[in-house]
Design a protein around this ligand. Structure first.
Ligand SMILES: Cc1cc2nc3c(=O)[nH]c(=O)nc-3n(C[C@H](O)[C@H](O)[C@H](O)COP(=O)(O)OP(=O)(O)OC[C@H]3O[C@@H](n4cnc5c(N)ncnc54)[C@H](O)[C@@H]3O)c2cc1C
Ligand code: SF4
Length: 329
């Protein structure tokens, strides 16, 4: 804590470095001091039980999260999201905390310095225009963390610690719908713990759309968390879209469509249609934006069918949940 207080705005934490170091090489992020967290053992623990709630240390690697028996048993959606991130090597380095704090992404920003200089940079770093929406006063870079939509959907809480004290906030409150100021977190705040709620009847899942099933950032992620009565009436619903905005987006109208109703073919079709306006992709990641927006419908239908125990319209390929829309719907 003293190091970050001394370093001020010139310092940043680094955990696995799989996001920060590539960004530093491309001079997108240029801290003068990096404070390594890799050897802070207190950040690498799992405490609690699924029934009472699990507390994950922010420094656990994605592999550790994906393979932890308690996470797999109690919070399979969290384990799924972790194991769908990038490649095995990067999952051995990258942490769950770093994933939740991932920088937003954009085709005009995730380029080397010379490339960005050739277009006179952009508003997110060193420039003053947005090449995606030139008349826009804001940046539309995309929230691309796989675990963020899941943590928001299940109502996880995050502990942030700074020299001034600590606070526990709902995961939803960490994110801000702005590509530059995308985190409601002060630079000196360290993410130390992720509190997963007790598993008391709700169920959750996460589906990811990306070009290659082996690795790639999500261009759409759908996380859903439902509490269902015995007859499949929806008592509580939280449906979050990732990769189609600068923050995880709540599909409010989809949630309203199914609340208090039984999940069946008709209600799922209605809910999926309501997800279409909620997805707001722009032309700044992989795939055509109109197609990504359209896929929100199919993915919402897919997660709801899974949670309702209805058969998928087509079988997903083994072990690669939702990696290709052509396999799942
Ligand atoms: C080829 C490639 C593919 C990838 N694919 C995906 C993907 O499919 N899905 C995905 O979600 N991500 C992907 N990533 C991004 C990245 O690997 C993961 O998000 C990873 O979890 C980041 O964790 P890290 O520990 O390496 O973060 P770091 O790079 O160490 O840090 C990331 C950010 O978080 C901050 N930070 C880290 N830990 C803390 C802390 N405890 N407190 C305060 N600040 C902290 C850092 O200052 C930095 O701003 C990919 C990366 C690469 C290079
Ligand atoms: S959305 Fe616009 S301002 Fe933001 S990174 Fe992309 S081009 Fe730059």
């Amino acid at each position: 804590m003293r190091m970050i207080a001394d370093g001020g705005s010139e310092a940043m934490f680094v955990a696995g470095g799989t996001d920060l170091y590539p960004n530093m090489k491309r001079r997108q992020q240029t801290p003068k001091i990096v404070i390594g967290l890799e050897s802070v053992r207190a950040l690498r623990t799992v405490k609690g039980t699924p029934a009472k709630g699990l507390v994950l240390g922010a420094g656990l690697t994605l592999t550790e999260v994906a393979e932890d028996k308690r996470v797999r048993k109690g919070h399979p959606a969290v384990a799924t999201a972790a194991e769908l991130i990038s490649t095995p090597l990067l999952r051995n380095m990258g942490t769950i905390g770093g994933n939740l704090l991932l920088d937003t992404r954009c085709n005009y920003y995730d380029q080397n310095y010379e490339w960005r200089k050739a277009i006179n940079f952009c508003m997110k770093k060193d420039g003053d225009i947005c090449w995606v929406a030139p008349s826009s006063p804001r940046c539309w870079a995309v929230q691309s963390s796989d675990s963020a939509p899941v943590m928001v959907a299940i109502g996880a809480q995050l502990k942030l610690v700074s020299p001034e004290g600590e606070r526990l906030i709902p995961a939803a409150d960490l994110y801000n719908d702005d590509g530059i100021r995308h985190l409601n977190k002060r630079p000196e705040e360290m993410l130390t713990e992720i509190h997963l709620p007790p598993t008391n009847g709700w169920r959750a899942t996460y589906w990811k759309l990306r070009r290659r099933g082996s690795f790639d950032f999500p261009v759409l992620g759908v996380a859903a968390c439902l509490t269902l009565a015995a007859d499949k009436t929806v008592e509580k619903a939280s449906i979050i879209l990732g990769g189609v905005g600068s923050s995880p987006l709540r599909a409010v109208n989809t949630e309203k469509t199914i609340l208090g109703k039984r999940l069946n073919e008709d209600t799922i079709a209605e809910a999926a249609a309501a997800a279409y306006p909620a997805a707001k992709p722009l032309d700044n990641t992989d795939y055509a934006m109109a197609w990504r927006k359209d896929m929100a419908r199919y993915y919402v239908a897919g997660v709801l069918r899974e949670l309702a125990g209805l058969p998928p319209l087509h079988q997903p390929s083994p072990g690669v949940n939702g990696s290709s829309p052509f396999r799942v719907l």
